[in-house]
Write a protein that binds this ligand. Sequence first.
Ligand code: BES
Ligand code: MN
Ligand code: ZN
Length: 494
Amino acid sequence: MDIQFVSAATDITEKSALAIIVFEGAVLTGAAADADSQTAGVVGRALAQGRFTGAKGQILDLAAPAGHSAGRLLLVGAGKREAFDAVGAEHAAASAYGAVKLSGLTTLRIAFADDGAAQPERAALGVRLASYRFDRYRTKEPADKKPSIVKAEIVCADVEAAKAAFAAQSALADAIAFARDLVSEPPNVLYPAEFARRVKGLESLGLEVEILGEAEMEKLGMGSLLGVGRGSAKDSQLAIMRWNGAADPTAQPVAFVGKGVCFDTGGISIKPADGMEDMKWDMGGAAAVAGLMHVLAGRKANVNAVGILGLVENMPDGDAQRPGDVVTSMSGQTIEIINTDAEGRLVLADALWYCQDRFKPKFMVDLATLTGAIIISLGNDYAGVFSNNDELADNLLAASKAEAEPLWRMPLPAAYDKQIDSIIADMKNTGGRPGGSITAALFLQRFVNGLPWAHMDIASTAWKKPSSVPTIPEGATGYGVRLLNRMVADKYEG
Ligand code: BES
Ligand code: MN
Ligand code: ZN
């Protein structure tokens, strides 16, 4: 999508749709007409004859009147002026895109009825996110089902300022698209080594990327992670991504760790067939961490950051890990495998331990599509966050609000920790059905060595089917990239 910022006086062509973002109530006073003198009268008449009030999400699609240079007029409701914010601008712009993407027109111009364009770069981000599409494997799509809009023009007062402000948002949109692509790819294409190869490709942005294979992980004693990959014909990998953007190259880094189960069959504790295809996106945590590193490099963030991805495939096989096996993690702690489908925590146990051991970071945040139970607890909009540190949890929650990636804090009660004690080993890998997301988090906590840490269970948010958020097309969301980028920008840079 070609994004341009233009002044209101710029000529518009008949291949364009002109979307006017209007606020609730304000439209009847003629504010909408102010955005474009040629529409005066037509808009007023249309409003007087129907129920369009400018409420959030409302769209009124009009033919352009005779004499108007645009091909189409669109009124987009943005809700009450007082409640309108940067996310509102994204959503209004994204809704406008959604309304005309298949129209046959090639350009979408977006104008705000009043100073709603104060953050034109966020309107542009809205269009970028809404126009994301994964169409690599479509070979027969009819031409009229393909989006026709290739250019968005955002009308604003200060074109140069908007362009400058858009640079960081454009880097964010690129990173989210990168994460969404990884999550959307089918599991026969995106297995651990291919994931690692794509991440290695980010060295062109200035990241340092190391890939460890099974032999290297063996040497490090990562028996917990390696046990998960035993049934797979594909080699497990650990990707270590580093962005050294701080003025002081020795400054203590912030660290992010992602669950990258490229496909989760459940292993010997195999999952039911129905819906198993969804388990291709069991690497959504690793994709979000890769996306975060992408945007930090893309906007040259003033921070040292580490991203660690545990990349495995969980398959049944004659040599697969069994329920009843005991594995030794890199930390030295032993784990009795009760259920081979509780594999994400086994991958993260070694990835977290490795991270704190090697990098001694300020904190670690892990992201993982860890439990079905988080979907039962929070539904499909909120991810859950568990933390041993209130400041870190509060920083994540504040970033979640600013970027509209909903997050809810969950408890880490010490009393539940005994649910994962084993009779023959240091712990077992499941704690039974009660509080399934909590005991999973308590398991991870045993591998953070007391460091400030937060675990985000994103099983509820990594994928949307269907989506009611205009900036998130159905499918991979890229959840976490925006939130973590914002937290780093607001709290850990400079
Ligand atoms: N990848 C799944 C969790 C998951 C489930 C993500 C549904 C997205 C949608 C995870 O590896 C898993 O299988 N967890 C089990 C744990 C159980 C065996 C203790 C679960 O949630 O059922
Ligand atoms: Mn599983
Ligand atoms: Zn899993």
